[in-house]
Structures are given as structure tokens and as C-alpha cells.
Design a protein around this ligand. Structure first.
Ligand code: ZN
Length: 245
């Protein structure tokens, strides 16, 4: 089976469509696994929710998904993110709200645990260091965990006697076979990458071969930026898309 691992779509329809097109061009996926923050920041929250629900998929909630439906206070966000979250909340219809409210914080499938931030704190914790990741291995029971939230493609590996946790950047367009005892993987962000590469990021996982394949997809960044400017969304949120930061 082949699974497409996506995180942090962030209402960026052009980026999401480009990733879906790329998945199809590479032979398709049996199911999408979405690691939260479907909405927030970008200009097309409803359209992204509708598009995702047209696919066989699993999804967990992210902090922006919860903020958009009032489950967390936007005062916990920086001012630009809070402004975008308030605008997003006004764009959602009842079905969008029900869908976001139905998303679990974590779920398990095929020996993976899915969470937005981390298995310990799915809404808020960023896993960017091997120290933080090492602690996280105590908080899930499957062999592997998939996370988003940092918008940075990374893999953390733990060896069999659990003495060593290492962090690696995911190589682009090169299948990665995993020998490690346990892993935590972040596919990078679809709708707002933050690793200095503005192209949309995702991972294809082949469960027969147990390989992870990280891809970057160019999309029309300017069209998303034009929509954000026309809607008066904070300019810092649109300008960062050109930089991948
Ligand atoms: Zn995010």
C-alpha cells in the first residue's frame, strides 16, 4: 500500500492541488494521511477542507484547526496568526466546522501514530531537536509516529536498545529505507514550508518496501499571495511564502 503523508496545508489551495497532482503523476496513493493545520494563514480554508474530504483520508487536528472553531484562544497566537485565525473562522460553513470538530488529536493506523505537534502535546509542541524527540518516544506505542507543526521535513530515529536518538533532514526525491527500531517523521509543510525551500513538501510511504520518499512541488506562489492580499490577510503571511520561511 502507498500512503501520502501531508501536513500543514494551511488553506493554501494552489499548493494542495499541486501536491495532489504530483501524487497522481507518481502513481497515486491508497490513502492520504493528514497531520493537521488544514486551515489557518492562507486564503482558501473551505476549499481545502472540501478537497481533502473528497479523498480517502485520515486526519488529526492541529492548533490552527482548533483556533478556527474556537477550541483554543487566538490570544495564544502571534498577532498575524490570530488575525488569520479570526478571518478563517468567518469563512467556514456548518459542515466545515463539524468536520474540524470531529478530528481527533491523535490516531493510530498501520503501526503509525499520527499527531500534529508531538505525541506528548499534539497541539503545541514543536519537535525540532533530537532531545525533544527522544522524550516523545515514551508517548506512543506504535513503532513510528508522524508529526507536522514545525513545517520542517525531518526524521528522528531511535536505535534498538534506545540509547541513541538522531535527527536527519529528509533527502529530496530519494527513497529512504528505514532500518531504525523506531522513528518520528515530519513530511514538511504543504502550504507554508519553513525550511528555506518555498516548494510544497510531502512524503509518499510504501508500506511493502517500508520506504519514505520526500518530494518538493513547485506551485503558483504568486496566485496564493494575490488572493491573500485581496483579502487583507497580514502581508507577513503572504511574503514568507516566497522565501519558504
Ligand atoms: Zn502549521
Amino acid at each position: 500500500m502507498r500512503y501520502a503523508i501531508l501536513a500543514d496545508i494551511h488553506s493554501n489551495l494552489a499548493a494542495f492541488q499541486a501536491v495532489l497532482h504530483d501524487i497522481k503523476a507518481r502513481g497515486g496513493a491508497d490513502q492520504l494521511w493528514c497531520l493537521g493545520d488544514i486551515v489557518g494563514y492562507g486564503p482558501e480554508p473551505h476549499e481545502c477542507l472540501e478537497l481533502l474530504q473528497g479523498y480517502d483520508h485520515l486526519a488529526v487536528a492541529g492548533n490552527h484547526d482548533w483556533a478556527a472553531i474556537g477550541k483554543i484562544d487566538t490570544r495564544d497566537f502571534n498577532p498575524d496568526a490570530a488575525a488569520a485565525a479570526r478571518w478563517t473562522a468567518q469563512q467556514l460553513n456548518a459542515a466545515d466546522i463539524n468536520y474540524l470538530a470531529s478530528l481527533p488529536l491523535t490516531l493510530t493506523t498501520d503501526n503509525f501514530t499520527l499527531a500534529h505537534g508531538s505525541p506528548k502535546d499534539p497541539i503545541w509542541e514543536y519537535l525540532l531537536s533530537s532531545t525533544a524527540a527522544r522524550d516523545s518516544f515514551h508517548y506512543f506505542e506504535t513503532s513510528s509516529c508522524l508529526v507536522g507543526h514545525s513545517h520542517t521535513p525531518l526524521i528522528f530515529t531511535l536505535n534498538a536498545d534506545e540509547s541513541r536518538c538522531l535527527a536527519y533532514t529528509l533527502p529530496i526525491d530519494k527513497p529512504l529505507g528505514i532500518e531504525a527500531w523506531r522513528i518520528i517523521l515530519n513530511p514538511g509543510g504543504v502550504g507554508q514550508p519553513r525550511d528555506g525551500d518555498p516548494r510544497a513538501a510531502y512524503v509518499l510511504y510504501d508500506s511493502d518496501l517500508r520506504t519514505f520518499h520526500h518530494f518538493r512541488v513547485s506551485y503558483d506562489v504568486k496566485s496564493t499571495q494575490r488572493k491573500m492580499m485581496a483579502l487583507n490577510l497580514p502581508s507577513s503571511l503572504s511574503s514568507r511564502l516566497s522565501l519558504g520561511l
